[in-house]
Design a binder for this molecule. Structure first.
Ligand SMILES: *Cc1c(COP(=O)(O)O)cnc(C)c1O
Length: 372
């Protein structure tokens, strides 16, 4: 009989796959299984547009495959943003497109650059295709364009930038982003992950879509998971030069956006009032929350400036991030503590409903006092 404990003869994963630490999603339950108010995954506290929910209730034919090219959806995205639908690809969340963009342009021996305190998926995307992740140092938690450009070598194939960045909330201006792009060789793919673009004040637009339109080496990705309130539907999109889109189309899942998701997302695109309302709500509550926490600065609690729907709060005084995390969980709030990303001193807190942000701010104030 075969010895089942002897795994030496079993399938051997690639070294670079075995080196991956699986993505850690935001928690939604406490240690005892108790349901908590979830402010750990940057989901929309206003839920989903009623128009989208109505479309969701309509039956789709489950026995049929979806449109493999998400045609109607791509056309609606193109119309909204003034883009060419032929230069748009939809994905199972923007996560699929981020991963595939590394796989299409990098492999063993190549380098993929992203910032320290960046989105954790970039490292997985780099390792998955056997490329070497290269981490650029930050400038006070934000993206440092010069430090990043200094790391470019002839092995560099892909640079990932989230703007606004997750988990820091930091933002590169149009000018800084253009400077980064201008400093990169033309054979390096610049992936601009705009998962939080809808939360940015339109006056501060970073010019990503223009770069994607006018350059051969820029891919912009966006998602319906955040401001559109459709994280569960798993839909994102990307735009860039025809050759970039062509490569992603070759390797994406052939029916990567399911029937229901295409219909719901199409309806959600038609309800821009919901998106504007989400942006206004977020801007107002984020500013309010920052103000409520400002007095704690004397106690080593600092809120980093954010253009997104979350803030990173640093705890460098008597109250540690870990204790604050546990204290909030005891009060029914789950936020994101990120020791695995080198942020043992930070909590990323999604901007939720006003009463929840008030309660969190009050709890943090009480905890800081207790810790003195
Ligand atoms: C949430 C998020 C995404 C979106 O991922 P989906 O797969 O579209 O849900 C992408 N990038 C960043 C930086 C994010 O925070």
């Amino acid at each position: 009989m075969a010895d089942s404990s002897n795994t030496a003869g079993g399938p051997q994963p690639k070294d670079w796959i075995a080196a991956i630490h699986a993505y850690v999603p935001g928690k939604s339950k406490g240690a005892d299984g108790q349901k908590l108010i979830k402010l750990s995954a940057n989901e929309n506290p206003l839920g989903t547009s009623a128009t989208a929910l109505a479309a969701r209730a309509q039956a789709v034919e489950p026995s049929l495959y979806p449109d493999p090219d998400s045609t109607a959806l791509r056309e609606a995205i193109a119309a909204l943003h003034g883009l060419d639908p032929a230069r748009i690809v939809c994905g199972t969340g923007s996560g699929e497109l981020l991963t595939l963009s590394a796989s299409a342009f990098a492999g063993p021996g190549d380098e993929v650059i992203f910032v320290r305190y960046g989105f954790s998926l970039y490292e997985i995307a780099a390792r998955r295709c056997g490329a070497t992740p290269v981490v650029a140092p930050d400038a006070d938690y934000g993206t440092d364009v010069d430090a990043l450009l200094a790391l470019v070598t002839e092995r560099t194939r892909v640079v990932f930038i989230a703007n606004p960045n997750n988990p820091t909330g930091s933002f590169l201006t149009r000018r800084e982003l253009a400077r980064l792009h201008a400093g990169l060789p033309g054979n390096v793919l610049l992936v601009l992950d705009q998962a939080y673009a809808e939360y940015v004040d339109p006056m501060d637009d970073d010019g990503s879509l223009e770069l994607a339109r006018s350059s051969a080496n820029v891919l912009v990705t966006r998602t319906f998971s955040k401001a559109y309130g459709l994280a569960g539907e798993r839909v994102g999109w990307g735009t860039g030069a025809p050759r970039l889109i062509d490569m992603l189309n070759r390797i994406r899942g052939p029916f990567n956006v399911n029937n229901g998701a295409q219909a719901v997302t199409l309806a959600a695109l038609g309800d821009q009032d919901f998106v504007s309302m989400s942006r206004r709500h977020n801007a107002m509550e984020r500013a309010r929350f920052e103000e409520l926490l400002a007095p704690l600065a004397n106690h080593g609690v600092r809120v980093l400036p954010s253009e997104a729907n979350f803030v990173l709060v640093l705890f460098d005084g008597a109250l540690s991030a870990e204790r604050a995390y546990n204290g909030l969980a005891e009060r029914g709030y789950i936020v994101r503590w990120l020791p695995g990303q080198g942020l043992a001193n930070g909590l990323r807190i999604t901007i939720g409903k006003r009463e929840d942000m008030d309660a969190i701010a009050a709890a943090l104030r009480a905890m800081v006092e207790d810790a003195q």
